[in-house]
Design a binder for this molecule. Sequence first.
Ligand code: P53
Length: 480
Amino acid sequence: MQGKKKLRNNFLWGGAVAAHQLEGAWQEGHKGVSVADVMTAGANGVERKITKGVQPDLYYPNHDAIDFYHHYPEDIKLFAEMGFKCFRTSIAWTRIFPNGDETGPNEEGLKFYDDLFDECLKYQIEPVITLSHFEMPYHLVEKYGGWRNRKLIDFFTNFAEVVFKRYKNKVKYWMTFNEINNQTDYQNSFAIFTNSGLIPEQNENIERTMYQAAHYELVASAIAVKIGHQINPNFKIGSMIAMVPLYPASPKPADIMKAERAMQSRYWFQDVQSHGKYPDWLKQYQDNENWNLDITDEDLKVLEQGTVDYIGFSYYMSRCVEARNDEPLNYHYNEHEDNVSNKFVKKSEWDWQIDPEGLRYAMNWLADRYDVPQFIVENGFGAVDKKEADSSVHDQYRIDYLKAHIEQMKLAVTEDGVDLIGYTPWGCIDLVSAGTGQMSKRYGFIYVDKDDEGQGTLKRSKKDSFDWFKRVIESNGEKL
Ligand code: P53
């Protein structure tokens, strides 16, 4: 085909959320307790606490969230008004398997998602579904130690099979594990808990455990891809990675090598999910560490057979790394300590580096390595919004952020030929922040009246960005 490439005609514009961040109704329909239900609210710069079970007298923002469980018809109607072609959410594992290790599913949970997907399809909005988005059953943490345990592979693939069969005529686009690579930051208790249900034990080498847990997840993901394709050959089953490009702080060769190792450390997950095998550097690293991980020949076969159909990814920011003076020979990347700030880009109030061009770079980087379509399933600007007396919210800063990123996304398509399925900005309706548990870190086109203490009417109203995004969709990205 000749001539200037444009976004696909059937480009999937929409919005993205995750069950635990908006549904609420944490005990309704026989839902079980998830890892998100035992995390308290933090604040900007204050970590959320992970408590032992649900403690009385503590506030858990995900328990009620924005009560999408009861408000979804109203919310989806607003998404339809914006012209959404798709809506990305997750299936709360604990609605289907409250404890995670039951043999049969909970019909009430299955029914809820039937109704929810029907409501979307009524407006020709295609559901895009993540299987595991930071909300695994807490029982699996308590009883099995989370993804440390090989048994989790069976529990997860059983869950996947049940929902694939149930929704095989309603859902085509799936993703297995949300931001599976967040746990690269293995010293971050939030990352390993939300990804893998890991709570470090005394004297445990948590880095080793992270690699073991990630391995089981990757095997589970590959099995799910295989099962899914058997259930419906038209399924498109993707990975989901948090794409945060890591730039070298300078052209100093050691900084270049540091950035290379940092990128390898964050994105080997995609190597496994796309190439069906571990990269050599990582095999060598794991051997050198003498970890004796439980990785069987059968596992390696499964990984080869279950590669993904597309890459789903989030993009919010880039980061920067710098080699130390005493850099170890293996250039080991420690995400907790090795990031430095980049003076060429601005930051959000939460210190996330705003870098639209990094999105184009990321798309090119992914396209060079993995020969499958891409789907930007999260992007957005968390900010404090001010609601005016007449309920309007003038969120020009959000429009500016999204516009700049859509421009770069388009360049990756029109100038660089990247094959892009769609774009679903994060938190299209205000919801509970994953990282901080705040309501006040808002991403939505739709404002929800609720504050960080859980007070508010839950009333929905349109922000300025609502009409703006509607026009963007109407014009297939031409009118920004
Ligand atoms: P919040 C860290 C870095 C990049 C994306 O994040 C991240 C995180 C975890 O905080 O998470 C994704 O709510 C995630 C969503 C999350 C969204 O980004 O901390 O997939 O669940 O809400 C935004 O501002």
